[in-house]
Design a protein around this ligand. Structure first.
Ligand code: NMX
Ligand code: MLT
Length: 426
């Protein structure tokens, strides 16, 4: 049996030295160039950001520490956290120890609940989740140690301590938000016998006699944890953390980006789109009906949620994992049948439309269908579930960034006048 912090203590110094050597020997070598389109176009494909937890290739999708996602879909999110940080899976005893450690740190103090309850009822769960973390920030061990003169070599350890606390509290906080926002406001205590995902489902209080929701959460919280570092949420957390803001500030920053409709909120939008279609057509529309409706959406200047991607040029393997799960778990659900018609129609419509560089479904396309099928029928909560999972990746990336002494992020911006002069434009 090993403790995650001990494994990292042994490995991270050597990794830090390796990077120092790499920079010393190859610091001036060129790995990317920047065009004018990229400077105006969301920096797409510029390679100026390092992330060792995972990478996303356009034609295959997410690869975690060298392993395609498909090889890891049956693992728990706790194992995923270990894997992201170390490149290995924990043995059974180490996993048990990590789970027990997390269970012991899961307390969310009463003042947080008082403040969340005081918010107007229409406050979005993402705003509540982000505020919840900011309210917990006063408990940051990283900040306490920094304020009392922590050495730079110790940053990663303090960051890891905060990561454990934050990840332990995240399901408690988010399930509590669910209870306050949609139910009677009474909180459900964690069950020490349950794992991280099952406890999250349990604390939400959604009836789950078969354990299906817990199984879905294990898959969901695993799939959404990490997607390299350039996506909006992970990047925001990285930039915030680079100023040595502690993990509570940094993950909260990441969540604020996840809340956008082009990023994590797409799962809410996507399920609402599905529900609206079922309502409008009195059931699953035909392919022709859906085609016409999708064109209306595009002509109205709106995007089709759950399709397209900034990096992927294939079906998102996370979508495939959800599809396989749904095929086994709820093949007769109208929402799933509709998702299958969407899969047949939308890529063709987007191809005819001719704008999107990727016409395939992404992870947000199906996750809401699954949650709805298992009784989480409030789409505006879905992105908060994404947030619980993405906190894993944000934290793992942050621990490594602090371990390698990553400096404050500060790319150089230029003016349009500068670009015009540079390229000789009038
Ligand atoms: N529906 C309609 N138009 C689209 C779509 C779509 N699903 N995807 C891309 N386009 C448009 C895009 O708006 C852009 O139009 P314009 O030139 O008028 O600005 C054009 O196609 C080129 O965009 P791309 O380069 O293909 O995509 P980009 O990298 O800019 O954006 C997304 C990627 C994911 C933001 C975009 O595909 C999208 O808005 N998808 C729908 C929302 C969604 O599902 N987001 C979730 C992504 C996954 N996640 O969890 O974050
Ligand atoms: C993610 O999981 O962060 C999304 O797929 C968006 C991205 O990678 O840009």
């Amino acid at each position: 049996m090993a403790r995650l912090s001990d494994v990292l203590s042994k490995r991270l110094p050597a990794f830090r030295d390796e990077i120092k050597r790499l920079i010393a020997e190859h610091g001036e070598d060129v790995i990317s160039e920047v065009t004018v389109s990229q400077a105006y176009g969301g920096m797409r494909d510029i390679k100026a950001l390092v992330c060792d937890t995972s990478t996303v290739t356009p034609d295959t999708g997410l690869i975690i520490r060298g392993l395609p996602l498909a090889r890891l879909v049956d693992r728990t999110p706790e194992e995923m956290f270990w894997m992201l940080l170390t490149g290995e899976l924990p043995d059974a005893a180490s996993l048990k120890e990590l789970q027990a450690d997390l269970a012991g740190r899961a307390e969310v103090p009463g003042y947080v609940w008082d403040a969340l309850r005081a918010l107007p009822k229409d406050t979005h769960p993402m705003a509540m989740q982000s505020m919840g973390l900011l309210m917990l920030e006063r408990l940051s061990k990283f900040r306490q140690r920094y304020d009392t003169g922590m050495r730079k070599e110790e940053y990663w350890e303090a960051c890891l301590e905060d990561a454990f606390d934050l990840l332990a509290r995240m399901p408690v906080l988010t399930a509590g938000i669910y209870r306050i926002r949609y139910k009677d406001g009474r909180l459900i205590a964690p069950d020490p016998k349950k794992d991280w995902s099952a406890n999250f489902a349990h604390m939400m209080g959604v009836p789950d006699p078969t354990g299906n929701l817990a199984n879905l959460f294990r898959l969901y919280l695993n799939l959404h944890a990490d997607h390299e570092s350039g996506n909006v949420s992970a990047f925001l957390a990285h930039v915030c953390g680079s100023a040595l803001s502690d993990p509570y500030y940094s993950v909260s920053a990441g969540l604020n980006g996840l809340a956008g409709p082009l990023h994590g909120l797409a799962n809410q939008e996507c399920l609402q789109y599905h529900l609206m279609l079922l309502d409008k057509f009195g059931g699953v529309p035909t392919a022709d009906q859906l085609r016409a409706f999708a064109w209306d959406t595009l002509k109205a200047g709106r995007v089709i949620p759950g399709y397209g991607h900034a990096v992927l040029r294939c079906v998102d393997p996370r979508y495939t994992a959800c599809f396989e799960f749904a095929k086994r778990a709820c093949p007769d659900e109208p929402l799933f049948k509709l998702a299958a018609v969407m899969l047949e129609v939308i890529p063709r419509v987007l191809t005819e439309h001719g704008k999107a560089k990727n016409v395939n479904p992404n992870v947000d396309s199906l996750s809401g269908v699954l949650m709805y099928a298992y009784g989480v029928t409030e789409p505006s909560f879905y992105t908060a579930v994404f947030g619980v999972s993405r906190a894993i990746g944000m934290c793992a990336q942050m621990v490594i960034a602090r371990a390698i002494g990553a400096p404050i992020t500060r790319p150089k911006s230029v003016t349009t006048e500068w670009i015009k002069a540079q390229v000789g434009a009038p």
